[in-house]
Ligand binder design. Structure first.
Ligand SMILES: Cc1ncc(C[n+]2csc(CCOP(=O)(O)OP(=O)(O)O)c2C)c(N)n1
Ligand code: SF4
Ligand SMILES: [Mg+2]
Length: 349
């Protein structure tokens, strides 16, 4: 075998490393920002999936989170505020072979870009949306966002907001989303797993990453990201596994009438057999919604991991199929034939 042949073969079977997805651009996020961990997790997930960097496109809108494409050694587009999902849809439809990712913030996707966000999900375009949720506008220096809690005091709400927030899972399921997962910035392992699953899913994958903005909204997710409380206040859901959580791994989730309830195994008559087994693949989204909305009320933990992953037709495949069908029905004609046989003929006198 010639040296060039060996080199070509090696290239074909190259196992990519996270560093292959890193660009040389200097990172301009504040020291300690949660965005660094999201970037690292994404590069790890891409290495795990071993996708060639030139087969990836990362599209963003505007915001601190939307700077992410600069730091990736892939194709990318730092686009217009709120329009990342629309542009990513165009990219995917034009080239379905690409692995398409959207990096976006709670302001970018749920305020100005709310329309594009829900319609992309409804269409089930096969793209992966990483929603950095820091519950604030970071780039513009601290205005409240559509995910800020009622009563939140900020530069644009000095007396507290008088409105309820969007909950990204609720919007996703309302738009008939096929994939929803959640992760915390401090947990790189879980983020990487979730992003890998998102990439494998055919359809719009929404990954909500709870991200800390150290400058304008520090510790907003502390209740669940702090290592002292994380185990008791969160649960990592895994398809086919029992919903168990807690420092002692003795807490579980059961169905109590129409509601979910957190119980201690071995207390009040509850045994391991009573604990629910997670099914991410069931089409009915009622239980997925209940799991996604658990919020440390009545001891229920915040759900992390893949909450929903359901197979449905994707937009770009249906689109391609339709084009093929229409082309089959209309036999191809030469340009001359088209000109001569076209019903639209005018005689120029
Ligand atoms: C059309 C338009 N309107 C408003 C802005 C100002 N603007 C830039 S980023 C941003 C919000 C960013 O918040 P988010 O998406 O949550 O990103 P973060 O900075 O928190 O990561 C706003 C309002 C803009 N750039 N363009
Ligand atoms: S302002 Fe907040 S979100 Fe933006 S880079 Fe700084 S810490 Fe991160
Ligand atoms: Mg934000």
């Amino acid at each position: 075998m010639e040296v060039t042949e060996i080199a070509a073969k090696e290239l074909r079977y190259q196992k990519h490393l996270p560093k292959d997805y890193k660009s040389e651009n200097a990172i301009r996020w504040c020291p300690g920002c949660g965005d660094y961990a999201i970037l690292t997790s994404l590069q790890k997930a891409m290495a795990e999936l071993n996708i060639d960097p030139h087969k990836i496109a990362v599209i963003s809108g505007i915001g601190c989170s939307s700077r992410l494409p600069y730091y990736m050694n892939t194709y990318g587009f730092h686009s217009i505020h709120g329009r990342a999902a629309a542009i990513a849809t165009g990219v995917k439809v034009a080239n379905p072979e690409l692995s398409v990712w959207v990096a976006t913030g709670d302001g970018d996707s749920l305020a100005i870009g709310g329309n594009h966000f829900i319609h992309t999900i409804r269409r089930n375009v096969d793209i992966n949306i990483l929603l950095f949720n820091n519950k604030i506008y970071g780039l513009t220096k601290g205005q409240y966002s559509p995910t800020s809690d009622r009563g939140f005091v900020s530069k644009s709400s000095p007396y507290g907001t008088v409105e309820d927030p969007f909950r990204p899972a609720e919007l996703t399921f309302g738009a008939r989303g096929t994939f929803f997962a959640r992760a915390i910035d401090v947990d790189i392992k879980n983020q990487t797993e979730v992003m890998t699953e998102a990439a494998k899913h055919k359809g719009t994958s929404v990954v909500e990453v709870l991200q800390n903005c150290v400058i304008f909204n520090d510790n907003i997710h502390n209740r669940i990201s702090d290592r002292n409380w994380k185990a008791d206040n969160t649960i990592i859901l895994k398809h086919g596994e029992k919903m168990i959580f807690g420092k002692e791994e003795n807490r579980g989730i059961v169905l109590d009438g129409w509601n979910l309830k957190a119980v201690t195994i071995g207390e009040d008559g509850y045994t391991l057999d009573d604990i629910l087994v997670h099914d991410a693949t069931t089409r009915d989204n009622i239980l997925h919604m209940k799991l996604a909305l658990m919020d440390n009320i009545d001891g229920l933990p915040v759900a992390l991991g893949v909450i929903r992953s359901v197979k449905e037709p994707t937009y770009e495949k249906e689109y391609e199929r339709q084009i093929e069908e229409v082309q089959m029905m209309t036999p191809k004609r030469s340009f001359t034939e088209f000109l001569l046989n076209s019903p639209n003929i005018w005689e120029v006198k």
